[in-house]
Each structure stands twice: as C-alpha cells, then as structure tokens.
Design a binder for this molecule. Structure first.
Ligand SMILES: [Zn+2]
Length: 246
C-alpha cells in the first residue's frame, strides 16, 4: 500500500482512549487481506478531507473484554461521527436510525468490534474520544518518607535532653591530644565513651591514637568548631552538649 494515508481523526482519538484504559488492547485500522480485496473502510480512500482509513477493529483480547465491547458499542452508536458498528452478529447503523439488526455478513464479528466512521470532515475532526469504562485511577503514590528518617533508637537519642558536660578535667588551658604523654588518661576514655554513645565509630579504650584524632576532627568539623584534633574545653563541652546531628 504505497499511498500516504492516515487513520481518520475521530477514530484516532477513540483508539487512543481505548489504549489509555486497556494499554495492551489490539486496535487494527487496516484490515486483513479479505478486507483489502473488496471495498472497505479499512482501505485508504480519499474522501475529500484526506486519504484516510475510516474503520477500526477493536479485538476482544489483551484486557479488552466482551463487557468492554458492549460498552463501546453503547457509547458509540448514535454519534454524529460514526456510520456503523458491527459486533457479535449485530449491526447498528445511522442509515436506519441505529436500531440493532442481524448482521448477515459471513464474519459475525464475534472476536472484535468493527467501527466505521462517517465520511465527513466534521467526523474527521471530532475529538471527543470515547468513554466505555471509567478512566484508570492514577497509582496512589506511597507517602513519601520524611527526608531524614531516623530509627527509633536515633529518635530516642535525639529527644533526650542534652546532658550537661562533666567538668573538663584539664582546666581552661589544657587539652587532650594524640602526642600527649601519657596518652592513656581517664578523661580520654570518658569522652571516647560519650562519642561512642553519640554514634561515632570509636573505641573507648582511653588511648588517644590517630583513630581518636580522626574522629575528633570529624566531630569538630560537624559542629563547626576549630578543627585541630585536640579535645580542649570547648570540644569537650560539645561532645556532651552539642545537638546530635549525625
Ligand atoms: Zn473491521
């Protein structure tokens, strides 16, 4: 078929609506070989408003049921843009006012609904589509998780009033750091334990090694403290009293 044809406009919109409700539905426009050998709306023809195919066959399969077929007939018959409909041994046509008549053709159309459009420009431009089943409801979206969902354990930790930091053992000018000697000090174990309780990956062994420096630096960075890897009075206080944010 070399001609440059298109499906008649109203049928195109109707087909799209069928596909919207039954995404896997089969809707043929160009008929099979038997249709092509004779005059048929399934063959492209220039009706004066374009070279169009002006019929569709909606197959009863892939989610388009017999109930849908009946509903489709009901929705389309009588419309100004439709010429006739055949389904299940019955033909409805505007030629005689849409009453149901027995279809005498050989193919009784048991497995599909044939819809022929009216050959008018107005019919070609009819955009109303068809409603034969309620439109599918959009999938209910699951409630979005809160942006920063925390475990109950984390929440419990967050809701606890911030503890008061114990008095800093080394006085206003002292600090704990990696190079201190001796490096095992009770205060070290104490702040390590507190960091650990806050969720930091640290061992409370009382030894201020490079791992402790690393965690202290990360903690200082998170709390916008001066990042020096040392635990002086300010960092010490923050280890207890700063809000847990991580
Ligand atoms: Zn057909």
């Amino acid at each position: 078929m070399a001609v440059n044809w298109r499906l008649q406009g109203n049928l195109k919109v109707i087909s799209a609506h069928i596909k919207k409700v039954c995404p896997k539905a089969t809707v043929y426009s160009v008929g099979d070989a038997s249709h092509q050998s004779r005059t048929s709306d399934h063959n492209p023809y220039n009706w004066g408003y374009g070279i169009v195919v002006s019929a569709i066959d909606v197959m009863i399969r892939n989610g388009f049921t017999k109930t849908d077929a009946k509903a489709l007939v009901k929705a389309l018959k009588g419309r100004s843009d439709i010429q006739y409909i055949i389904y299940d041994g019955v033909i409805w046509s505007r030629s005689w006012g849409w009453t149901a008549k027995t279809y005498t053709g050989k193919d009784k159309h048991r497995d599909h609904v044939h819809v022929s459009a009216r050959h008018t420009k107005a019919a070609d431009q009819d955009k109303r589509g068809v409603k034969f089943r309620p439109d599918p409801q959009p999938n209910k979206t699951l409630p979005k998780p809160a942006p920063n969902q925390k475990s109950n354990q984390e929440k419990a930790r967050d809701n606890k009033p911030a503890p008061k930091a114990p008095v800093f053992p080394l006085g206003p000018n002292g600090d704990y750091h990696e190079a201190a000697n001796p490096r095992f000090k009770p205060g070290v174990k104490q702040f390590q334990q507190q960091l650990k309780d806050r969720g930091w990956d640290i061992k409370a062994d009382g030894f201020f090694g490079d791992k402790t420096t690393e965690v202290v630096r990360a903690f200082q960075k998170e709390k916008h403290l001066g990042v020096d890897g040392r635990v002086g009075p300010l960092t010490w206080k923050a280890i207890w009293e700063a809000k847990v944010t991580k």
